[in-house]
Ligand binder design. Structure first.
Ligand code: 2AM
Length: 530
């Protein structure tokens, strides 16, 4: 590593002046946290090295993270590819703050205390590599680059390894919570070079969302691309949670024939139960929202769901590592099916469903059944998500902090919920917990819901309501709790037509082939696994 040369002249360095623009009520106490306990002070550091951290990428997320760090007493240096945005930011959003701006990477680096901490919040892909390549010659051993963008976890692992060889500590951090979260408290999921953690922990935990008695929704996740992997699974779980709520809404609307304000009230009530969460809360608000003409807005919205691909990535990883993350997969496919709007409109004229008979049961009891079906299915979804994390840890040799991950998602992000606190408790009880369903609390919760869950699914199936996530969750539960599944027949079929061999229950590990027809050979095909 080349050491940083003499500090370049910095005549254009800008700084906002005056008081904080939007003071955060937490700010005064957090200002005390400004000194990083793990920070190595360099007595020879340039006098101008005053910034605690730099952030590159002044789109709204980057700007808000900077303002959040500023509110917590950290001095941030801002930089952007299009340099004019630095001045715009200082003259507007960052006016009156302690944020300083740089007009070149050299200038930015010269403002930083050591070890230098630089966050990238730029478009995922080559922009991240481009900035890394430009930064490396300006940095020294032990300096830290943090990628807070939406990078693919494999890219993060690659960058970790490449930068480790150059003495730079690389961190890939999931950042969740959107613009509002970035400004006032995101969920942060950092992973990568662990030596970096003591140097960034104070900043990260100060700006993160807080839950309970001030516990930060940010902790060290694990090695290499673990932070971005966990963020990806978070997004997949978000797809599942949203689809589960949609299925409950569909049943209320089309089985119980409920009106929007009535459904809104039910979701509001549910938000006081185990389902207490951001997504249930906003669903109640959406249901009761009226358009300017005084009519409910929701039924006017075209029923064709968009997606940016993060749910799909989770499902692809699940297939790649052979983990039955069926609920997220179904949630992604449900969006795909919804987007076939024209085809569905045609099919609706042609394809018959069952004769719809009006619901004749007890409406209140059925609503409670739906709530329990949603809760049980949600438990399955999170159990599956954590199974995927566990398998990734095995694949990549990561040591993941499962309880910490649940706490990171507990606040600040879209899937934030009280329920995640229960998951944290489960991992606190047993950090080696193999499956969430085996934890006593969740085992009992599912058992308590299962009659309702089965009733809802049978009723929905009879009436012809699609419930891909409710049903796949129940199939998973029934599959997972069966000692014997019919896969013995699959093995026999594979051996019959392809001589793929099978094991006997009495002799696991010994693969044999049977000549099923009497006229095939006795030679087995070489074993392969998908
Ligand atoms: P810009 O303002 O110069 O476009 C979100 O798009 C952020 O990523 C912005 O700060 C944007 O910079 C930056 N960005 C997007 N593509 C980039 C690229 N190829 N190289 C560097 N920065 C990029």
């Amino acid at each position: 590593m080349g050491a940083l040369g003499p500090a370049p002249p910095r005549p254009r360095l800008r700084r906002g002046s005056g008081a904080h623009r939007r003071p955060n009520p937490q700010s005064p106490e957090n200002r005390r946290e400004r000194r990083d306990p793990g920070e190595q002070r360099d007595p020879n550091a340039a006098a101008m090295a005053e910034a605690d951290i730099a952030l590159i990428g002044l789109a709204v997320m980057g700007q808000n993270l900077i303002l959040n760090m500023n509110d917590h007493g950290f001095v941030v240096c801002a930089f952007n590819r299009t340099v004019s945005k630095v001045d715009d930011f200082l003259a507007n959003e960052a006016k009156g703050t302690k944020v300083i701006g740089a007009h070149s990477l050299e200038e930015m680096v010269s403002t930083l205390k050591k070890p230098r901490r630089i966050i990238l919040l730029v478009k995922a892909g080559s922009a991240v590599d481009d900035f890394i390549n430009k930064l490396v010659p300006l940095l020294e051993t032990g300096d830290i680059i943090i990628d807070g963008g939406n990078s693919e976890y494999r890219d993060t692992t690659r960058r970790c390894k490449e930068l480790q060889a150059k003495g730079i500590l690389f961190v890939g951090s999931g950042v969740s919570g959107g613009e509002e979260g970035a400004r006032y408290g995101p969920s942060l999921m950092p992973g990568g070079a662990k030596e970096a953690w003591p140097h960034i922990k104070t900043i990260f935990q100060s700006i993160a969302a807080k839950v309970g008695s001030g516990e930060p929704c940010c902790d060290w996740v694990g090695e290499e691309g673990a932070g971005h992997f966990v963020k990806m699974v978070h997004n997949g779980i978000e797809y599942g949670d949203m689809q589960l709520i949609c299925e409950a809404y569909h049943l209320m609307k089309d089985v119980l024939g409920m009106e929007h304000d009535e459904m809104a009230k039910v979701f509001q009530e549910w938000n006081k139960t185990e389902l207490d969460s951001f997504l249930i809360e906003i669903t109640a608000n959406i249901l009761k929202f009226k358009d300017s003409d005084g009519k409910y807005l929701l039924p006017k919205i075209r029923d064709s769901a968009g997606q940016k691909g993060t749910g799909k990535w989770t499902a692809i990883s699940a297939l790649e590592y052979g983990v039955p993350v069926t609920l997220i997969g179904e949630a992604v496919f449900a969006r795909c099916l919804s987007s076939l709007k024209e085809e569905r409109v045609q099919a609706s004229q042609l394809l018959e469903g069952p004769k719809m008979t009006p619901f004749s049961g007890n409406k209140k009891a059925f609503l409670e059944d739906i709530r329990k079906a949603l809760y049980a299915s949600k438990i399955i979804s999170y159990a599956q998500g954590f199974m995927l994390l566990r398998q990734a840890a095995k694949e990549f040799g990561w040591t993941l902090n499962y309880g910490g991950i649940a706490l990171m998602w507990r606040g600040g992000c879209i899937i934030r919920s009280v329920f995640l606190g229960k998951i944290k408790d489960a991992f606190d009880r047993n950090p080696e917990l193999q499956n969430l369903l085996l934890d006593d609390f969740f085992k009992k919760a599912v058992e308590n819901c299962q009659e309702s869950w089965r009733r809802v699914i049978s009723t929905g199936v009879q009436i012809g309501i699609p419930m891909p996530c409710f049903t796949t969750a129940l199939s998973f539960y029934d599959g997972y709790r069966h000692e014997i599944l019919p896969a013995n027949l699959i093995q026999a079929q594979r051996d019959y037509f392809g001589a793929h061999t099978y094991e006997l229950l009495s002799k696991p590990g010994v693969f044999i082939h049977t000549n099923w027809t009497g006229h095939g050979g006795n030679v087995s095909s070489s074993a392969y696994n998908v």
